[in-house]
Write a protein that binds this ligand. Structure first.
Ligand code: NAD
Ligand code: UFG
Length: 342
């Protein structure tokens, strides 16, 4: 199948491209490189032995998208492209609405014009807001986002539901990711944000490697077993396989669906730090800091629907996630050092 991956050069998109290629599909990566490096395409080639097709472009350019969808004979779209930094979205809401909402609108118009009506969308557990109970199920209420980023996810889910109601030929599968971490086991691709990382794992990796002095643990007074925040971490390779598993479903069903992708169990910040120290053999010094605005105490999902609909479940452990994140960090640091010397 020929699958357009908007944001395909990013963290989750690049791992999904690898899995799709290995399953015999032909991903076409469409990305404006606002948060990705051009070298990702050649790294994917080193992993799979085949260079993925990469088209540099912005999802707000509807004419270009329509041309690509037609000329590349695309069967389905996986829509990863978007800005995703929660804190930044509070400071720059209009940029988030423009990129994520306008971008999605242009994509959907281009898909309609070219007759491609199969979409998988990168949604997030953030649509649930503070959970009333755990584990979170797809039937739980949404709409309580605490920031503009989260609101764009809710609004896009609702746009897709309206579209599916209006035109019964559409299929829109909203995959609600819990906390994707880890990296491809080759260490060639992973999560390497620009600047100081916001998310736990990239931060912990840099502390373990001595690039940052210590981890701020945001809050140790939550109502959780050790007082620190609990999340449902999922290996990015499991998540990527979840997209491959959702694809036949999206091709053979119409209508709107939201599906959780997580492991179905939570780990606290301190448990993740301990697992990372074990995987890396390095120390990760921590300092307790006040709670981060907008954070919730705990969330994890019930992943039963994904198992039932797609025959998919997460298999990799927190040890696998930390080992692969550490391999990626070590290789990235070694590459950077070699480049500085040459
Ligand atoms: P990422 O930033 O690594 O990847 C997103 C990609 O989209 C980047 O390569 C970026 O250059 C590209 N992009 C952004 N705006 C674009 C535009 N206007 N036109 C074309 N390309 C554009 O992020 P990721 O972690 O891979 O996340 C992928 C998707 O999953 C995002 O929609 C994100 O909101 C969602 N998501 C991520 C997480 C997470 O923790 N990583 C959790 C839940 C949901
Ligand atoms: N944390 C720290 N120190 C840090 C970074 C994080 O203690 O330096 C803690 C947080 O307080 C939280 C946990 O580690 O308890 C996880 O935090 P992340 O920032 O890694 O992840 P979040 O759960 O806050 O949010 C992430 C993405 C969102 C997405 C959400 C659900 O950033 O975009 O997962 O998918 F919506």
């Amino acid at each position: 199948m020929r699958v357009l991956l908007t944001g395909g050069m990013g963290f989750i998109g690049s791992h999904t491209a690898v899995v799709l290629q290995e399953a015999g599909h032909e991903p076409v990566l469409f990305d404006n490189l606002s948060n990705a490096d051009r070298s990702v395409a050649s790294r994917i080639e080193r992993i799979t032995g085949r260079a993925p097709q990469f088209i540099e472009g912005d999802i707000r350019d509807g004419a270009l998208l329509e041309k690509v969808l037609r000329e590349e004979a695309v069967d389905a779209v996986i829509h990863f492209a978007g800005l995703k930094a929660v804190g930044e979205s509070v400071v720059k809401p209009l940029e988030y609405f423009d990129n994520n909402l306008t971008g999605t609108l242009r994509l959907l118009e281009a898909m309609r014009a070219s007759g491609v009506k199969r979409l998988i969308f990168s949604s997030s557990s953030t649509v649930y807001g503070p959970p009333a109970h755990l584990p979170l199920q797809e039937t739980d209420p949404t709409g309580e986002a605490t920031n503009p980023y989260g609101r764009t996810k809710i609004m896009i889910e609702e746009m897709l539901a309206d579209l599916c109601r209006a035109d019964p030929e559409w299929s829109a599968v909203c995959l609600r990711y819990f906390n994707p971490i880890g990296a491809h086991p080759s260490g060639l691709i992973g999560d390497d944000p620009n600047g100081i990382p916001n998310n736990l794992l990239p931060y912990v990796s840099r502390v373990a490697n001595g690039r940052l002095p210590f981890l701020n643990v945001y809050g140790n007074d939550y109502d959780t077993p050790d007082g620190t925040g609990v999340r449902d971490y999922i290996h990015v390779m499991d998540l990527a396989r979840g997209h491959a598993a959702a694809l036949p479903y999206a091709m053979s069903h119409t209508g709107w669906r939201a599906v959780n992708l997580g492991c179905g169990r939570g780990y606290s910040v301190l448990e993740v730090v301990a697992a990372f120290e074990k995987a890396s053999g390095r120390r990760v010094p921590v300092k307790f800091a006040p709670r981060r605005t907008g954070d919730i105490a705990a969330n994890w999902c019930d992943p039963a629907l994904a198992r039932g609909l797609f025959g998919w479940e997460a298999k990799l452990t927190i040890e696998d996630m930390c080992r692969d994140a550490w391999r990626f960090e070590s290789m990235r640091a070694a590459e950077a050092a070699a480049q500085t010397q040459s």
